[in-house]
Write a protein that binds this ligand. Structure first.
Ligand code: GLP
Length: 263
């Protein structure tokens, strides 16, 4: 696992956006062989999206041949709902870049057939040859996408009931009213995440310190889904110093020593 610890959230965002742009350019995607990007929502990636938009505006990256798959979506929220992840992605990223609408994939939380929706999503990812690079955040309880604690580490795309801690954390987007937060979501599985060729999990702020400590220093276990990343061949954690504050001095020293200042 690679661990990139930066002094500020802004540094994390620009490092991550730069890395995504570098990967897209290096792949030199075409219409026939597009670059497949897995994307998250939440407050963590907002800075990354802003930086990617800047890179696009400065002609440093193009999304012409990029196909995206979002990680998750709430059950029961239509795309025009301000709290839906469809809305989030349009407003914070897609509408500012040259991505083709046909290349955007987000689970439909309004479907009548959850199983078919989830199976089709897995099939669509496979039809593109899998996800090249997946960016994710992490919940305070260690969840990735909406794979809550005790999710199977080999789970696939499916419907999940949200943990009370996630409902509480996410209620800040719903007028701090937990009764307004959907109780279920469609989410790619941990197995789906692990199948991506490369995975970046980003964490900002002291409230993620325990999840990051578990993810880097803890044992692989389903109580902390983020720990699955330890078994990924190309897993990267990007965090600011507050999110890294639960790590031992030795761990921080080790990872800082092997990251060159230019990386
Ligand atoms: C939600 C999302 C996750 C995200 C997590 C953390 O539950 N489903 O994908 O990683 O929240 O969100 P935030 O970045 O706002 O802390």
């Amino acid at each position: 696992m690679r661990v990139v610890i930066k002094d500020s959230s802004a540094d994390c965002s620009s490092w991550t956006a730069g890395y995504i742009a570098y990967r897209i350019k290096k792949a030199a995607p075409t219409a026939k062989k597009p670059f497949v990007l897995g994307l998250p929502t939440g407050s963590t990636p907002l800075g990354v999206y802003k930086e990617l938009i800047k890179l696009y505006q400065n002609k440093k990256v193009s999304f012409e041949h990029v196909v995206t798959f979002n990680m998750d979506e709430y059950v029961g929220l239509p795309p025009e709902d301000k709290n839906s992840y469809h809305y989030f992605m349009q407003e914070n990223f897609f509408k500012y870049v040259n991505i083709h609408p046909k290349n955007i994939h987000i689970l439909n939380g309004m479907t009548k057939d959850y199983a078919a929706e989830c199976e089709n999503y897995e099939r669509a990812i496979q039809a593109y040859g899998g996800i090249d690079l997946l960016l994710g955040g992490v919940g305070t309880d260690g969840h990735i996408a909406f794979n809550e604690p005790f999710s199977s580490l080999s789970s696939r795309t499916r419907i999940k009931t949200l943990a009370p801690s996630t409902i509480k954390d996410n209620s800040r987007f719903f007028n701090n009213d937990i009764s307004q937060v959907p109780t279920q979501a469609l989410t790619i599985g941990i197995g789906t995440i692990m199948d991506a060729k490369e995975v970046i999990i980003m964490a900002l702020g002291a409230n993620k310190a325990e999840a990051i400590r578990q993810g880097i220093e803890g044992c692989v276990n389903h109580l902390w889904p983020i720990t699955a990343l330890q078994q990924h061949r190309y897993g990267i954690i990007v965090c600011d110093k507050e999110a890294a504050s639960g790590l031992s001095k030795n761990t921080v020293g080790y990872f800082k020593s092997i990251e060159s200042p230019a990386s």
